[in-house]
Design a protein around this ligand. Structure first.
Ligand code: BGC
Ligand code: BGC
Length: 638
């Protein structure tokens, strides 16, 4: 890596802006011959001459329609297997909250059945079609989270707090196994966003505001997902193709505006937002997703400089670039169904969930009219086929014949959930403790608060549904979507029972201590953007509970569930201990493991600065800096 001293980036930026840097700021499409920023990161996977020759052969046989079809990814609700075959579609996806059945609680086998239907159609050579396997992508971003019953890991922010590389690899391994059970080839993960403004609704998808942590953890989870390039497990039948996303600058937009504008000189763009790509390309990631955001005013989906010159050229990425959900439509002059600019810029596979048919015919016409050179189409198809070959898609046979196919017992398997529970334990960050923790399980303990027994709160967005709630009614996901999950209350009950006691849930009960669990309601992209980091405590029934316990002289341990730090000074000050628990996922028992008894200590460290509540001018100072953990910092625990 060229730059290892991040502390100097500010200075470099000043220099860059003062000198030739203005050129950079005035437009990313410039040649930037001066920029030495992007290192060449040759993939550890050598190009295989046999595969390349097979691709040459395909390219010589494919019609233009067949080639452009390979470049399209449609959503399973908007395309049938027959149409996918008829139009030579290269890929399908299920979006967040899209399942093969109308009901999330449909049979698990429906996933595999659908995978088989799409695969079978794509391999049918009737009517002169070519047998090129269709590739199914899904957002398995914290476990195989669209599938009811799957193991759900803490969202990335919690894993950044845990910051345990070995654990990341295990999480990748488990996620790949559960995805493989359902016949799906590909996950749109890991997210390597380095969120710089926690008001962004996708902050929880970011491991940390520290690029080094992001780069390191994303490399490890990638090695778990895809396997290690030096080992036989690389893209074996127990692995999935991964995606590093969203290239580039997704976490750097002004005011944390989702899909907004990231304004930075080029070397800062690289130093902050590029590190995850260096590490994951270096570890063999096969696909990179283009980002919705702009860089210095230009949408990345339309940036030939970033996608082609930088990513594929300078950095040497030889897999394919997938567009984000209609991301091409945001390029000036484009729409969902047409965007020659993005094809020319270097997007290889287009996520056109619904308007795929029109996009296909428009792109074919644009090639015929000379607006898109055929060499660009051939390059895109070559990259897509290269990944399909590398992933063994031509060799592994039908999805139902794969090693883990249909092994329902692996979905949410106890061994998998044990990994998730460890992740929960390690993700917890202790912000305050006046000595009340750890709790004695023999004490009289009340467990209450809106998050105590709330599986939707605990997992957040990207869990069975996109936003963690119904889009129209806004009602949070029903409990039946969380089969096999354990709430924080469940975990406390179990542990206390084992010790011979009984947890109380009535806040009016007599008790030695109260555990109050509350925090943010589920959200995902767009919906989760906020104007202020303050959490509204005035309107919070949970805060009223905390105050009530205080008034009754019952000490309070607050467990705060959230996708990011929030200004909650009054709640912290009113609590005897305060724990940031992030979005822990399916294994709520990991919380009880740490707060009860002394078997486990608080290991997590803040992956982001934690703000104080804002002052009258609307400004929030940092209350706890990144890296903080009260247990470690006061030396009470090893
Ligand atoms: C899909 C998501 C997608 C989003 C983009 C939703 O309807 O379910 O997967 O990210 O649309 O707008
Ligand atoms: C998100 C991506 C996701 C895609 C498919 C988009 O809206 O930005 O992260 O992979 O939808 O669901």
């Amino acid at each position: 890596m060229k730059r290892n001293c991040l502390l100097t980036t500010g200075l470099k930026a000043v220099l860059a802006t003062g000198l030739g840097g203005l050129l950079v700021l005035s437009g990313p499409q410039g040649s930037n011959a001066e920029a030495k920023t992007w290192p060449s990161v040759r993939s550890p996977i050598e190009k295989d001459p046999i595969i390349e020759a097979k691709i040459d052969d395909w390219l010589s046989k494919m019609s233009l329609e067949q080639k452009v079809g390979q470049m399209i990814q449609a959503e399973i609700k908007s395309i049938s297997p027959d149409d996918a075959a008829k139009y030579h579609i290269g890929s399908v996806l299920n979006g967040g909250g899209s399942w093969p059945t109308d009901d999330a609680n449909g049979p698990l086998g429906a996933w595999m059945s659908m995978a088989s239907l799409f695969y079978g159609a794509s391999m049918d050579t009737g009517d002169g079609r070519l047998a090129i396997p269709v590739m199914w992508g899904t957002d398995a971003v914290h476990g195989h989270n669209n599938v009811v019953g799957a193991t759900v890991f803490p969202h990335n922010i919690g894993l950044g707090a845990a910051n345990n590389p070995g654990l990341m690899r295990d999480i990748g391994t488990v996620t790949a196994r559960e995805v493989a059970v359902t016949g799906i080839d590909w996950t749109f993960a890991p997210t390597v966003a380095v969120a710089q403004d926690i008001r962004w609704g996708r902050t929880y998808e970011s491991y940390s505001s520290d690029p080094k942590i992001v780069a390191n953890l994303s490399k490890e989870i990638l090695l778990g997902l895809q396997g290690h390039p030096a080992l036989d497990n690389f893209l074996s039948q127990q692995k999935v193709i991964a995606t590093t996303k969203h290239f580039i600058g997704d976490g750097g937009t002004i005011d944390g505006d989702d899909q907004g504008n990231t304004v930075l000189p080029e070397d800062e763009l690289f130093d902050i937002h590029g590190q995850g790509y260096v590490q994951t390309i270096g570890a063999g990631v096969q696909t990179v997703m283009a980002s919705f955001n702009s860089w210095n005013g230009d949408k990345v989906h339309g940036s030939q400089y970033l996608l082609t010159d930088v990513l594929k050229g300078k950095m040497g990425f030889d897999g394919f670039v997938v567009g984000d959900w209609n991301g091409h439509a945001q390029v000036e002059g484009c729409s969902n169904s047409s965007c020659p600019q993005a094809v020319n810029a270097g997007v290889d596979l287009f996520m056109v969930p619904e308007d795929w048919k029109a996009f296909l015919s428009n792109t074919v016409s644009q090639v015929k009219l000379g607006e898109i050179p055929i060499s660009r189409i051939d390059d895109a198809v070559r990259r897509i086929l290269r990944v399909k070959y590398r992933a063994g898609m031509f060799d592994h046979g039908k999805p139902v014949e794969h090693q883990l196919a249909g092994r329902a017992s692996l979905i949410g398997h106890a061994d998998h959930r044990a990994v998730a529970r460890q992740a929960v334990r390690e993700s917890l960050v202790l912000l305050e403790n006046n000595g009340i923790l750890p709790l004695n399980p023999k004490d009289k303990i009340i467990v209450t608060g809106s998050g105590a027994d709330n599986l939707a709160f605990q997992s957040g967005g990207w869990t069975v549904t996109w936003q963690g709630r119904d889009l129209e009614s806004r009602i949070i996901n029903p409990r039946k979507y969380y089969q096999g999950h354990t709430s924080i209350l469940d975990g406390m009950r179990e542990a206390v029972k084992t010790a011979g006691g009984k947890v109380k849930t009535d806040p009016k009960a007599k008790a030695d201590v109260a555990v109050v669990v509350f925090g943010e309601e589920p959200y995902a992209e767009f919906d989760g953007d906020i104007a202020s980091t303050d959490f509204d405590l005035k309107a919070s029934k949970d805060f009223a509970l905390i105050q009530d316990f205080k008034a009754r002289n019952i000490p309070v341990v607050t467990v705060f569930l959230s996708g990011r730090p929030r200004g909650v000074d009054a709640a912290i000050d009113a609590s005897d201990a305060f724990i940031a628990a992030w979005l822990p996922g399916s294994e709520g028992a990991g919380v009880a493991d740490v707060i009860l008894g002394d078997k486990y200590s608080f290991k997590g460290r803040l992956p982001f600065d934690w703000p104080a509540s804002t002052d009258e001018g609307g400004n929030a100072k940092t209350r706890y800096a990144r890296g903080y953990n009260a247990a470690i910092n006061i030396g009470s625990e090893p």
